[in-house]
Design a protein around this ligand. Structure first.
Ligand SMILES: [Zn+2]
Length: 505
């Protein structure tokens, strides 16, 4: 710690989740429309996120935070190098400016950013920050559960804390835990050391729910490990599976206090990692073929509603564009279901046509596949405009304002209500529908384009949730996707793999 002054901690981060299988490349515009803030703007745009938790801890311990930079870009395609270079350079400029006047660095990251030429943007950033401040400056990062933790990140960091909830609701708690480690390190009350076990294992996102299923057991093991005074944090990283990068795979990361307990910490991380490996079959996705799912809906009694069908392979929250017509085409080819049935479809041109035509207008439209013709086909419908909307709306998850551009609701086939939008609508909570005059609780069937995080919002009122086996860049059958860069062997791509890491018993 520098002299007798109040400790100062620099705060800088960038948050993005790449989907390697979606169309196009991403630019800085993705961040500018969601979150890109510098200096005091970092705090001004912080609402219920990791930084808000870090601020609480800093205040409690008399630590001054130095906000430098933050972005949030949601999920989307591989970035142009220039987008990352801009973020990196703004952060490094802040680090250089403050280097002699700070006692630690807090990095609120997502951990899944890749550009055309850099597969691990956060690892690159951490290495460059470390080169400026030297080995002795404590640096702690927080990560999304769906990051991919790499050897380069490990080399540069003293502490790591990840989310313990999915759907993610512990943003502030994660920031608090990260800042607590940093404060202890600055005061000399702890000497944080990372121990990491990388597993040769990947799982589809449906199994990551921490309220039901196998992930609940893993979170319980982490919390148990954290009861030991020598363990400052225990984290599971279960990467979102649509990033085609080297070193892809699960991680168990412990932050332990001091060299003396490093070996014990590694043994504990390995024990938890082996348990994850032993559970891998339980994480397999069980998506149901579309025709079979619709038969289930049709066969149920009138009172047994609403059905919620997740078309996760086209989930905008995981980087797809929400332009799939697969479900719509299937519905149009069969007798009508009980209505209303709600679904979302990104189509800028069709949205603008409806906006021009006005509420009540009847029109013929060719819709869908506007962004991802490699996965989907457009379909022509006769529709009636029910509602028009525009402007950002507040969402619960992610906790921010969502800008889906202009929107229009059309009814086709007498019961299908399609929310058309200029930009992808994230439907983890109900807000995307509600902001456009659609009410999932009152519908008979709701299509939700999400791979699991929607469950917290839809489970309370759904009669039944069915996950559809549909095509798209967020496919859960990972070997069906065109991976090229992952490090093999990796389960389930190599289904006979019998060792979770080289040299494991
Ligand atoms: Zn996540």
């Amino acid at each position: 710690m520098r002299g007798a002054n109040r400790p100062r901690v620099l705060v800088a981060g960038m948050q993005y989740e790449v989907n390697s299988f979606t169309a196009g490349t991403g630019t800085l515009e993705i961040f500018r429309t969601r979150r890109l803030a510098e200096g005091e703007g970092v705090f001004a745009t912080s609402h219920g996120d990791e930084i808000s938790g870090a601020r609480r801890v800093a205040e409690r311990h008399g630590v001054d935070l130095v906000p430098v930079f933050i972005t949030f870009g949601g999920a989307g395609p591989v970035l142009e190098d220039e987008a990352y270079h801009y973020m990196r350079d703004r952060i490094l400029a802040g680090v250089r400016r403050e280097a002699g006047r700070i006692d630690g660095i807090y990095l609120p990251l997502h951990g899944a950013m890749a550009t055309k030429s850099i597969s691990d943007a956060e690892g690159d950033l951490i290495t460059r920050i470390r080169a400026v401040v030297g080995r002795d400056m404590p640096i702690v990062a927080t990560f999304d559960m769906h990051a991919n933790f790499t050897a380069e990140m490990e080399r540069g960091l003293d502490g790591v804390v990840g989310f313990k909830t999915c759907p993610h609701v512990d943003y502030p708690e994660t920031g608090e835990a990260g800042m607590e480690i940093l404060v202890k390190a600055i005061r000399g009350e702890a000497k944080p050391i990372l121990v990491h076990r990388k597993l040769r294992m990947m799982t589809s996102a449906e199994g990551h729910d921490t309220n039901t299923g196998p992930m609940t057991e893993i979170i319980a093991l982490l919390k148990e490990a954290e009861k030991a005074p020598s363990v400052l944090a225990a984290t599971v990283i279960a990467p979102q599976p649509w990033m085609d990068v080297p070193e892809l795979g699960w991680s168990i990361i412990l932050v332990v206090d001091g060299e003396a307990v490093r070996a014990r910490g590694q043994a504990e991380a390995d024990r938890i990692a082996r348990h994850c490996w032993s559970m891998r079959e339980r994480f397999r996705s069980h998506r149901i073929p579309l025709a079979e799912a619709i038969d289930i809906v049709v066969a149920s009694a009138e009172a047994e509603r609403p059905f919620v069908l997740s078309d996760a392979s086209d989930a905008p929250s995981a980087g797809s564009f929400g332009d799939s017509t697969v479900v719509l085409k299937h519905l149009l080819a069969r007798p009508p279901l009980p209505g209303p049935l709600l679904l979302t479809l990104t189509d800028p041109e069709a949205t603008r046509t409806c906006q021009k035509a006005g509420v009540g207008a009847r029109l013929s439209l060719t819709i869908g596949a506007a962004f991802q013709p490699q996965y989907y086909e457009p379909v022509t419908v006769e529709g009636r405009v029910l509602c028009l909307a525009e402007g950002p709306y507040p969402s619960e998850l992610p906790p921010m304002h969502i800008d889906a551009g202009r929107r229009a609701v059309i009814e086709v086939a007498g019961y299908i209500q399609i929310l058309l939008s200029e930009k992808p609508v994230i439907t983890l909570d109900l807000k995307g529908y509600e902001a456009s005059g659609m009410y999932p609780r009152e519908a008979k069937t709701v299509i939700v384009k999400s791979a699991g995080q929607f469950r917290g919002f839809y489970t309370p009122f759904a009669f039944r949730i069915i996950e559809l086996d549909t095509p798209g860049p967020v496919d859960s059958q990972l070997p069906r996707l065109p991976f090229r860069n992952i490090t093999r062997p990796l389960w389930p791509f190599d289904p006979d793999l019998d060792e979770p890491w080289p040299g494991a018993d």
